[in-house]
Ligand binder design. Structure first.
Ligand code: SF4
Ligand code: SF4
Ligand SMILES: [Zn+2]
Length: 280
């Protein structure tokens, strides 16, 4: 298995994964979305809410605010030494006290742990009018995207097969495929269409170029063919800022490794049990 990164920033990554099956590529994608824990607000104690918004809608909005997460500081409640009862290792607290008229933003939440502040300060929560007030305390815990999407660390996470484009000798350089390509993936040169190598990964696999070529009257088969390379994938991952994308990728791979190890141990146990029974 090979991974080659063409982009790796704090919040986005693009890379080519090679030498794996469709099943592995999809498991990897799902692990990044659903198995990497992040902090999100789970419990809200509302002391005063004279705004026009119901408490339940307000709590739901608070839960969707991305929170900076340090996985070396916090643990999942189910794996915490407190047994999930609640301790500083498995939850953190925010207070909010605002009087109108004003817009209440995510930055108005005052965190007990400054390292676990909202990723963005200007996410609007609600508008308070004259004489309206909002006072609350919120508790954030680690959770996984498979329980609720508010714990997903990614806002986009997908892959496609690596494109393979071939142009045969029937091409007369009419340029119709070049004009049709929405990604500027093709160009004309020396009386024949050609592929621009540095834009290869941008190809949408939409096959509009094939259709344009056929419309030009070349026959039932186009001179340009778009195929997909099996076992080679282009991944695009965009994080919500709660964790660096590098950490999302690493944690997802560790999850897959751990799941595989557990499965192997279970198989060993079953095999051991079977041979014990047979020898009796
Ligand atoms: S498949 Fe679509 S994006 Fe790719 S080269 Fe053809 S027209 Fe362009
Ligand atoms: S549309 Fe077909 S014939 Fe025209 S340039 Fe493209 S591949 Fe060549
Ligand atoms: Zn705890």
């Amino acid at each position: 298995m090979d991974i080659v990164f063409s982009r790796l920033g704090d919040n986005e990554a693009r890379f080519v994964l090679e030498g794996v099956s469709d099943g592995f590529a999809n498991s990897f994608r799902r692990a990044m979305m659903s198995e990497v824990p992040t902090l999100a607000i789970e419990d809200v104690r509302i002391y005063d809410n004279t705004s026009v918004l119901f408490d339940e809608i307000l709590a739901s909005r608070l839960g969707l605010i991305p929170i900076r997460t340090d996985l070396s500081t916090y643990r999942l409640p189910s794996r915490c030494e407190c047994g999930g009862a609640g301790c500083p290792r498995c939850y953190t607290v925010y207070t909010l006290s605002v009087e109108g008229p004003c817009m209440v933003y995510s930055g108005d939440l005052v965190p007990r742990d400054p390292a676990a502040s909202p990723v963005h300060d200007r996410i609007p929560i609600l508008r308070l009018f004259e004489n309206q007030k909002l006072v609350l305390e919120a508790r954030a815990v680690l959770g996984k995207g498979k329980e609720h999407s508010k714990w997903q660390p990614t806002i986009a996470c997908g892959y496609k097969h690596y494109p393979v484009i071939t142009i045969d000798d029937r091409c007369d350089g009419c340029g119709m495929c070049v004009d049709e390509c929405p990604r500027g993936r093709l160009a004309n040169g020396k009386g024949k269409a050609r592929v621009i190598p540095e834009r290869l990964e941008l190809c949408l696999l939409c096959r509009l170029c094939e259709k344009a070529c056929k419309r030009g009257g070349i026959g039932s088969e186009p001179a340009i063919r778009v195929d997909e390379e099996r076992s080679r994938y282009i991944f695009n991952v965009e994080g919500d800022g709660s964790l660096p994308v590098r950490e999302i990728i690493k944690e997802a791979l560790l999850h897959l490794k751990e799941s595989t190890r557990s499965l192997l141990e279970s198989l060993d146990e079953i095999a051991g049990g079977t041979s014990d029974e047979e020898s009796e």
